[in-house]
Design a protein around this ligand. Structure first.
Ligand SMILES: *[C@@H]1O[C@H](CO)[C@@H](O)[C@H](O)[C@H]1NC(C)=O
Ligand SMILES: *[C@@H]1O[C@H](CO)[C@@H](O)[C@H](O)[C@H]1NC(C)=O
Length: 533
């Protein structure tokens, strides 16, 4: 089934950790999978990855001949011929810091048009169940359409179910139900007139048990079960969950904020969010983004007692890949791009710089570089040496670890011209760079091309950043202290991937790197060149 979390592990919460936070992060169901011996996070990470790695491995098998960095990104074109949709509403998202912990996900094939036989990216796609019906009493016409069973090869988590509704919609959070007045009864409902969805924008079978399930209940207008509205809204509703891996900055963006942006940014704030698996600290952390997307106070779906009535709404969010979004006739009909997301974030955080400072002009200011430090895994062991060399080359260097204050870190990132970091969630902060700035990704040992490209490299290009990647050699990884040179870690690193997430996590993700300055310096010069373009 779905896979794709292969490279994505649950991360530790960065700030003070509260019981609330932990409880929401880990679905109870995990307990069943493995008795308490191992840290539950570890269990989650491993199992997840095991499940999800399968398709990654399969893709590797399929794509290995084209496995070079020029052809790593899977084509993500919209499928042709999907149908349409009924009216609904929507709009936008977010920011900040990365915690050094995670790497993101998985698979990858590319869209090199010269490569024959790429699998169809979107196999199944949109199943539209559009059902206009005549309301008995002159109310709004009832329509529902659900996008389910969509498939994006290589990104199996990327097509979460989402339903759009229009008509007489009564949301009763305490019943976890959206009553939908639907005289004809038509629509994607089961025999009892229900449709259940866990509205989290990452279709990940491992996470979903921890996501509150919401039922759309189709009722005739005469149905006695129909609750009275305690409040009517004249804007659309969007019901979604913030469960899963949120609080890892990559996942905050990929699993919630970008989907929210895709789904609602065109509504100009005229939308009502109802959030399940509500985490107050998370909502607070991303308030600048959430309040840019919605002018209305968020409803905590887990606690709300009233019945909220709407004329249209969504259950779930549209999502594309991770930090890659493409035009799509129904999921992204306005053809929003990562450049749009960038701009949106700049506005949400009032970030001043749209472009890097011109070099060599009147200003005597030096170009600014931010090195994001990782203190856990994948440390840059000679960070001091790298920073000193960058200073010698003319950069004003700042070294920082992303923290819990999204706005502060966003401001810092937006103030620089070059962002440099070892592969990890911190690179997600590229979303705050000015357009045209340079991202330098240091990629650790272990055939990480796919992850490097699909999680950070292609997104950088899509955001019109300049992108420089540096692959460390076997001389530059601490793996050389752990494994003999004739070990498959060096001779055949794809075998690490074949071993699934446990091996990836244990071998690849835990190494530190010490870059060889002789080898690395040309890449720094390239960053300067790029700035001068
Ligand atoms: C989105 O892009 C498609 C082609 O990919 C184009 O046909 C369509 O008109 C575009 N829609 C908008 C709103 O720009
Ligand atoms: C650093 O890289 C240069 C150029 O590839 C190489 O000649 C040198 O031996 C390397 N230094 C170390 C310590 O590996």
């Amino acid at each position: 089934l779905m896979a794709s979390t292969a490279y994505s592990r649950p991360s530790k919460p960065p700030g003070p950790s509260t019981g609330d936070r932990r409880a929401t992060r880990l679905p109870k169901e995990l307990g069943r999978i493995e008795p308490k011996k191992l840290g539950i996070g570890l269990v989650a990470g491993c199992c997840l990855a095991l499940l999800t790695y399968l398709s990654f491995a399969r893709l590797f098998a399929i794509y290995s001949p084209v496995f070079d960095s020029s052809s790593l990104v899977v084509k993500n074109a919209p499928p042709v011929g999907t149908t349409t949709v009924p009216a609904v509403v929507e709009p936008q998202p977010l920011p900040q810091k990365g915690e050094g912990e995670e790497d993101k996900d998985v698979t990858d094939p590319e869209a090199d048009p010269t490569i024959p036989n790429l699998p169809e990216q979107e196999a199944a796609v949109v199943q539209k169940n559009e059902e206009p019906t005549k309301p008995s009493g002159g109310g709004p016409e009832a329509k529902i359409s659900c996008d389910e069973n969509g498939v994006d090869e290589g990104f199996p988590y990327a097509r979460p179910p989402v339903c759009e509704l229009a008509g007489d919609i009564r949301i009763s959070p305490k019943d976890k139900t959206m009553y939908f007045v639907n005289p004809s009864g038509a629509g994607p409902f089961d025999a009892t007139g229900e449709k259940k969805i866990r509205p989290f924008a990452r279709k990940d079978s491992f996470l979903l048990p921890g996501v509150v399930e919401v039922t759309i209940k189709s009722v005739s207008s005469a149905a006695s079960v129909l609750p009275e509205c305690t409040r009517r809204h004249d804007v659309p509703a969007v019901v979604f969950s913030v469960a899963g891996y949120t609080d890892n900055f990559f996942h905050d963006n990929t699993d919630v904020l970008i989907p929210l942006f895709l789904t609602t940014s065109h509504l100009n704030g005229e939308v009502q969010f109802l959030i399940t698996n509500f985490k107050p600290w998370w909502v607070k952390k991303f308030t600048p983004v959430l309040s840019k997307l919605s002018n209305h106070e968020i409803i905590n779906f887990d606690k709300e007692e009233g019945v909220h009535c709407f004329a249209s709404g969504h259950l779930g969010l549209y999502r594309d890949r991770d930090l890659i979004i493409s035009p799509h006739p129904t999921r992204n009909p306005r053809n929003l791009s990562m450049v749009d997301y960038n701009r949106f974030l700049r506005r949400a955080f009032s970030l001043p710089r749209d472009a890097p400072s011109p070099l060599g002009e009147a200003t005597s200011a030096r170009p600014r570089m931010l090195i994001i430090e990782r203190k856990g895994t994948r440390k840059l062991l000679n960070l001091g040496e790298v920073a000193a060399e960058c200073e010698r080359l003319g950069f004003a260097v700042t070294v920082a670890e992303a923290g819990g204050d999204v706005r502060a870190f966003a401001e810092l990132v937006n103030s620089v011209d070059v962002l440099l970091a070892v592969h990890g969630a911190g690179l997600t902060n590229q979303i705050f760079l000015p357009t045209g700035a340079v991202l330098v990704q240091v990629v650790p040992w272990g055939k990480m091309d796919w992850m490097a490209t699909n999680f950070y490299g292609q997104p950088a290009k899509d955001m019109r950043l300049r992108y420089v990647e540096y692959y460390v050699s076997e001389e530059e990884t601490t793996l050389k202290d752990k494994y003999p040179r004739d070990h498959y870690v060096f001779k055949d690193p794809m075998r690490i991937h074949a071993g699934g997430w446990p091996e990836i996590a244990e071998i690849i993700m835990k190494q530190d790197v010490k870059v060889n300055m002789t080898r690395f310096k040309p890449f720094l010069l390239k960053a300067i060149d790029e700035l001068q373009q």
